[in-house]
Design a protein around this ligand. Sequence first.
Ligand code: ADP
Ligand code: ASP
Ligand code: MG
Length: 417
Amino acid sequence: LIVQKYGGTSVGSVERIQTVAERVQAAVQAGNSVVVVVSAMGKTTDSLVKLASEISSQPSRREMDMLLSTGEQVSIALLTMALQERGQAAVSMTGAQVGIVTEARHSHARILRIETERVKRHLEQGQVVVVAGFQGISDAPDLEITTLGRGGSDTSAVALAASLQADACEICTDVPGILTTDPRLVPSAQLMTDITCDEMLELASLGAKVLHPRAVEIARNYGVTLVVRSSWTEDPGTKVTAPNRLPRPLEGLELAHPVDAIEFDTNQAKVALLRVPDRPGIAAQLFGTVAQQNLNVDLIIQSINEGNFNDIAFTVEKDVLEDAKNLASSLIPSLRGTSEDGDTVALVTDTQIAKVSIAGAGMIGRPGVAAKMFSTLAAAEVNIQMIATSEVKVSCTIAAEDCDRTIAALCNAFDLN
Ligand code: ADP
Ligand code: ASP
Ligand code: MG
């Protein structure tokens, strides 16, 4: 069983829909059961958003979902007709018909579960099931039509693949796969043959819209074999590799809580330069030199003291601590600068630290997750030394001796026991 998802450009015209139908039929003829998830044609969703804005300056989220969900309904019907025209048995289904049950939250609903019986029945009858992406329905009794957030068809596809335990989920799109950067901006961007879910999650959350971050998260949590490839060629594209982890129970498919992993690393050491004069170029000088020696820096923190001094601290792996320390101390004379700065710079190191991180795509757009981590540590009387954040991760360094109880406290706080 494979799940294939075709994006807006890929179903953007009658000809393209016919091309997709041809490819889907080829997959069936190769012996697969196929579920196809489609987006709205071309820029349909954008046009619908614009229409709404011409009617109302504050359209309600409920009516927006009602409106935007129509885009995908057009493409499922047309693609199904194209398949039937080719003699391929097929049936179209809306998110509600498929049983994609979501939170009752309009415009950004998360998927709670998928009731797959109906899809399975159609597959058993030899039909291709063509599913409207990006939409779902809230639980009874309300049965509200919901949408998953812009770009959410990817998430529909991966969630279906997880629920149906598909052999693979192919995200078919208008680029050959995941590239080193957006090819619209940098045409020479290179194709990656594979990328880990974690790297992809960072990329996606930073705005690489080639994959919806929540789709990557589901692939990671459920071990879905995920491939991003061109809708028009047979090239293999990019494999997004999931770590070997026990899949979670399907109940609460997209977790209601924002954090899905807590990680720790006790192999880091801290190097700090204290009372460095505050002037441009210091960080460039320090980290430029560190990089030249091929030392990988992980966390960096710069704190501003009163007067014209900063403390700069960074972490490296323990086995290169000596190198990093020698390097930092060799820089001290040049950091001292002018005589009025005084003879102030000091170097300290600490190997008794641990880096603790919380991670999850559910953190995106949910303020307060980092704050909850900090208050959890405060309640456990754990002192935070350094902090680094991304859209999908918050990392802190703490004393190594606090590591075990910090992990325990965070697992409790974020319901990950
Ligand atoms: P679809 O309609 O198929 O879902 P999207 O427009 O949502 O397609 O996503 C594909 C687009 O993502 C590409 O056309 C490309 O411009 C953009 N993109 C951004 N970053 C990357 C990247 N690193 N690799 C590939 N494509 C990227
Ligand atoms: N049609 C929706 C959008 O444009 C969903 C998607 O394409 O993934 O955001
Ligand atoms: Mg997309």
